[in-house]
Design a protein around this ligand. Structure first.
Ligand SMILES: Cc1ncc(COP(=O)(O)O)c(C=O)c1O
Length: 399
């Protein structure tokens, strides 16, 4: 019999609609994928060149914590952010995903609670299920730009079993960038109650309108409680190399994660060989990427907010946002877009928001949209959605 944990493992709500998208494509409908965060920009040239130069004849294991070259590259990357970390505070991981898994396993016992705000990155649910950790959500709202709740809300949600707070900043799925004071308030809450602060910062560079984002690693006086999850996937448009890291100044957490890392032997070797080539990229690389995504955000924000009944605050970072639509069942709407609707042979795929909430009933009129397509495709997507919403309301007799 499959374990109860195995049976509880949630399927990905983002991938659930994939068979309908495939069927739409088989019918000849072009599907614009606004549902997943797979950046479309090329991986930087220095990294691709380094890969082409590799002459190894044996693709060997690497040290469990990462190669010296990769760890040095990480130290330099953080130093450029103004964060000093030593080699024994940085652990190479298989994407940010493995860093999240290690952090959950190291910071909580099975049965313990993790506080986080919803909507949240859906895969936290998978990692929490594996670790036996219960996610306890605090609601954030579109009207507030999905910013963090005040301290008393955290106090109320805390139980005897609360061991950590998980934040994602800039946020997937909402695109919110937390202000330094917000972050500080949560860090103080964690410190006062002896909790860990797991900060997922994989979208660190993706902040718009001249904003800056505060890394939890740069908050003074919280070294012992901060565990940062990081990744090269989004920063270098390199999701497929599967490389990230966990950064913490807490020696106990580091040791625990290192031992988990030893158990899985090694992070990806080829990825570690090519990653250091990114050190050659100057600030113009990030500026270029940010300019491109900001332009895409503006196209979608301006286009979507013109559609009657659509509500969203201007997203501040990452490459997602959660929009409220004039529908009462976002799951049904997202499926209908793929099964029943097309405009000039085109439709869009969006991620229904209920999968990003732990509280049932929330997000029923919201979808998450990712802007990882080029501008022309985004303009077409807006045109499709503008036509689809009134057609859907008519089909479901919502008017
Ligand atoms: C918030 C967040 N954290 C972590 C990850 C994990 O990414 P990866 O394992 O590719 O680094 C993702 C990927 O979409 C994400 O959105």
């Amino acid at each position: 019999m499959v374990s109860s944990r195995g049976q509880r493992m949630p399927p990905s709500p983002i991938r659930k609609l994939a068979p309908f998208a495939e069927a739409a494509k088989a019918r000849g409908v072009h599907v614009y994928h606004l549902n997943i965060g797979q950046p479309d920009l090329p991986t930087p040239e220095p990294m691709r060149r380094r890969l082409a130069e590799i002459r190894d004849v044996t693709y060997a294991y690497t040290p469990s914590a990462g190669t010296a070259a990769y760890v040095d590259f990480l130290k330099l990357y953080y130093r450029r952010l103004g964060v000093e970390l030593s080699a024994d505070q940085l652990l190479a991981t298989t994407g940010g995903s493995e860093a999240i898994q290690f952090a959950f396993l190291a910071c909580a016992e099975a049965g313990d609670h993790a506080l986080l705000v919803e909507p949240f990155y859906t895969n936290y649910r998978s990692f929490a299920t594996i670790a036996g950790v219960e996610l306890v959500p605090l609601v954030t709202r579109g009207e507030d730009g999905f910013h963090l709740p005040p301290r008393d809300a955290w106090e109320k949600a805390r139980t005897e079993r609360t061991r950590m707070v998980v934040l994602c900043n800039p946020n997937n799925p909402t695109g919110t960038v937390y202000r330094r004071e917000e972050l500080l308030a949560v860090a103080e809450f964690c410190r006062d109650h002896g909790l860990f602060l797991v900060s997922d910062e994989v979208y660190r560079e993706f902040v718009y309108d001249g904003r800056t984002v505060t890394s939890a690693l740069s908050l003074e006086g919280f070294s012992e409680l901060v565990v940062v999850v990081d990744s090269l996937s989004k920063r270098y448009s390199a999701c497929g190399i599967r490389l990230g890291c966990l950064a913490t100044r807490n020696p106990g957490v580091y040791q625990a994660c290192l031992h988990m890392a030893q158990g899985r032997l090694s992070p990806p070797g080829l990825a570690q060989a090519i990653a250091p080539a990114a050190a050659a990229l100057g600030p113009e690389y990030v500026q270029g990427v940010v300019t491109e995504y900001q332009k895409r955000r503006d196209v979608l924000f301006e286009g979507l907010t013109r559609i009657p009944g659509v509500f969203l605050r201007k997203p501040e970072g990452a490459f997602y946002f959660v929009a409220r639509l004039p529908v009462d069942d976002a799951e049904d709407f997202a499926q209908w877009l793929l099964t029943d609707f097309s405009l000039d042979g085109k439709t869009v795929m969006v991620a229904p928001a209920p999968g990003f909430y732990a509280t049932s009933g929330l997000g029923h009129d919201e979808v998450r949209i990712a802007y990882v397509l080029e501008e022309g495709d985004l303009r077409e997507s807006v045109r499709v959605l503008s036509a689809a919403l009134p057609a859907y309301r008519k089909a479901r007799r919502l008017d």
